[in-house]
Design a protein around this ligand. Structure first.
Ligand code: SF4
Ligand code: SF4
Length: 83
């Protein structure tokens, strides 16, 4: 089911408020806010080296039933699922 723009915005804010990316060893500080698993956000523009991923311990991971990792480099959950 497609989300309305309002729902999408709400979800995005929820993801960003809970995202633990800034505490991750792979994180590179370049003014981004994380939430790379979310399709409307997607890959990081500055992170390129995989040094460990803490997504599986993030509250969003459980809430959104995520299955992948390294969203910052490999793309959002949808992208990694080939959608
Ligand atoms: S699952 Fe990963 S990318 Fe998504 S909000 Fe959590 S820490 Fe950030
Ligand atoms: S997506 Fe995973 S690897 Fe990338 S910064 Fe977030 S927690 Fe770290």
């Amino acid at each position: 089911m497609e989300m309305s723009p309002e729902e999408m915005q709400k979800q995005k804010e929820m993801v960003l408020s809970m995202c633990t990316c800034p505490s991750c060893p792979t994180w590179v500080e370049c003014g981004e806010k994380g939430g790379f698993c979310f399709p409307a956000i997607g890959k990081s523009g500055c992170i390129s080296e995989e040094k460990g991923c803490i997504c599986t311990g993030c509250p969003v991971y459980e809430k959104m039933e995520l299955k992948n990792m390294y969203y910052c480099i490999r793309g959002s959950e949808k992208e990694q699922m080939g959608m």
